[in-house]
Design a protein around this ligand. Sequence first.
Ligand code: ATP
Length: 370
Amino acid sequence: KKKIAVMTSGGDSPGMNGVVRAVVRMAIHMNCDVFAVYEGYEGLVRGGDQIKKMDWHDVRGWLSEGGTLIGTARCMAFYERPGRLTAAKNMVLNGIDALIICGGDGSLTGADKFRAEWPSLLEELVANGELAKDQITPYKHLNIVGIVGSIDNDLSGTDATVGCYSALSRICEMVDYIEATASSHSRAFVIEVMGRHCGWLALLAGVATGADFVFIPERPQEHDWREDMSVVVNRHRQMGKRKTIVIVAEGARDKDGNKISPEEIRDLLSDKTEGGLGLDTRITTLGHVQRGGTAVAYDRVLATLQGVEAVRAVLEATPETETCFIAMNENKIVRKPLMKAVQETKEVAHAVDSKDFEKAMSLRDTEFAD
Ligand code: ATP
């Protein structure tokens, strides 16, 4: 019987439980044994009760649960070879040679490194007497399949990551709440959303709520942002708007690459000197509500379809197969080379499609503001 393990790693995102549920049930359906590794790579390094055989019933009700019920962690030990050596030993002791990982680009990079090192890790375990030669014979190759779990939608090569639409929906809901009070008092709000390197959430939230202005980490503003924003906000106010909503990603930058803080934006909006906007302005940092709560329907579907496909990919893989991750491209679930996507993500520095980006940017500060 094939033995497959599934884990969640890196930052949690809504829908991760749906991935685990789908992998567990599809694996059982395909007559495999399936294990959950608790606490990401930490569980793999610790071994013991952190690697638990899963039954069909163990994942009942998981589709509608937020966060990740098998836990996630950042694991320093896994960055180093000795940590990965222990992880390999724990896998062999459980008879596991296939791993499905749901996490961000860091987790997936770690997985690929683990796969590449696998034969030499096993050799070392035999050489130092931790495993007997006949123990490792059936485990010559490690099979890795990735599923991208991230609220940021920050991986190149897939249209959506598990969790991003849940976070986006949550942001929109929160902005709607804020708008009601902003309008009542004719106030301005600077709303900080997550996204240290990728502005997908901020940009899409801006379009979805008709915000007045958006700041993101990619493509720093071409001009002086202070002038740009003042002109736009002024124009909208003159058109009769009673509220001003500015969305700023955590990692927003200006044209020189300097961070744009919510406080700077607030100070500009509330500037009461001659020619200033003089708006009563508040800052709201949405924080972890963006990660919490249950997954929206789209993320549940994505998690389920990708989990099913990941098990198929594991079962069809040969030693020659390139390590893949499961992507969504134009509404189809597809397998794509993992490291190429990770590389592209690093090179392009943002995962927003350039055409969509231009369109969204042209909407961000125009008559479309609500
Ligand atoms: P997020 O998008 O939420 O940041 P992530 O998966 O990118 O998710 P990281 O903290 O980068 O989050 O990685 C999670 C874990 O994966 C790390 O704590 C570490 O154990 C492992 N990992 C990441 N990068 C590597 C690497 N280059 N080599 C080995 N292990 C790694």
